[in-house]
Design a protein around this ligand. Structure first.
Ligand code: UTP
Length: 288
């Protein structure tokens, strides 16, 4: 049997406190790497992975995300009238079809698990992807596409994972790994933000998931966990043993754009990969 994934959930209702004061008026998810918002990179990754329906979980103060995803006829005609047809075309190409975009609302930022639960009605009873847009990933094959490929064979839950220094595990969901087959690791346990001395490994969950819709039933009665939030990791941990459950050590490099170091690193790395910016940037660094 072969499994496929057509819907993706983008939880974008968090407060982005680590980027205050910028995030007072600009959601973290719209902060740019060079000239594209983090959200746009994740949307393009989802499109490349064959996603057809896009569900955004927004919250209070996040209306600019809806504006960003909507058509902008005045802007397009101003660009065209000014002879900037190429820019207009770029904007149009980036726009998702209106009937493929859906919004759920998370009244209060009670945690990632709760944000995903808010998308329950829109997802319905089919497997779906989750993308945390502040995990910015450079890879040859888009990370979500790598997960979809694995999922087509395994079904169940498939999570992107990576190795981090042991001293860093307290920031992540951490795996208790089982049998490993090349880059695919069976997951025997999951724990959110453990102390390094209690962590079952240094393999951590990255913000790309493919989940069975059964996760909603677990999220619905999930109690608060680390940080007083309803954690996705805790609900997933309760599913282990009842569903196929794998982590993929994906090919690529992740930048944690939820903090300023990661966003800066992602920006520099992206600029170094751009022929128009690379020489300029290296020369400027030399001068500085
Ligand atoms: P983060 O924990 O990185 O985002 O959640 P945050 O809470 O906004 O950031 P800080 O810690 O205050 O700086 C990862 C993703 O999950 C979303 C966030 O918007 C982010 O894109 N999220 C988080 C929600 O949608 N709802 C929540 O309750 C929590």
């Amino acid at each position: 049997m072969s499994y496929s994934v057509k819907k993706a959930v983008f939880p974008v209702a968090g407060l982005g406190t680590r980027f205050l004061p910028a995030t007072k008026s600009v959601p973290k998810e719209l902060l740019p790497v060079i000239d594209k918002p983090l959200l746009q990179y994740a949307i393009e990754e989802a499109c490349a992975a064959g996603i057809e329906e896009f569900i955004f979980v927004t919250g209070p103060g996040k209306s600019s995300i809806e504006e960003y995803l909507g058509a902008s006829p005045e802007l397009l005609s101003a660009l065209r009238n000014g002879g900037k047809n190429d820019v207009a075309r770029r904007l149009e190409n980036a726009l998702l079809p209106e009937d493929k975009v859906f919004f759920a609302f998370q009244e209060h930022p009670l945690g990632l698990g709760h944000a995903i639960l808010c998308a329950r009605e829109l997802v319905g009873n089919e497997p779906f992807a989750v993308l945390l847009v502040d995990d910015f990933i450079h890879s040859e094959v888009p990370c979500l596409g790598q997960l979809v490929e694995v999922f087509s064979k395994t079904g169940g839950n498939v999570l992107a994972i990576e190795e981090v220094p042991v001293s860093e595990v307290y920031r992540y969901g951490v795996l208790d790994p089982g049998a490993r087959n090349d880059n695919l690791v069976k997951i025997n346990g999951l724990v959110e933000k453990p102390n390094p001395e209690d962590a079952p490994s240094n393999l951590t969950v990255v913000g790309r998931y493919i989940l069975t819709p059964d996760v909603f039933a677990y999220l619905a009665d999930q109690r608060e966990g680390a940080g007083g939030e309803i954690q996705l990791t805790d609900a997933l941990a309760r599913m282990i043993g009842s569903y196929p459950f794998h982590g993929l050590l994906f090919e690529g490099e992740r930048f944690d754009c939820g903090n300023k170091f990661g966003l800066l690193e992602a920006t520099i790395s992206t600029a170094l990969g751009d022929p128009d910016l690379r020489d300029w940037l290296t020369n400027r660094f030399r001068d500085l």
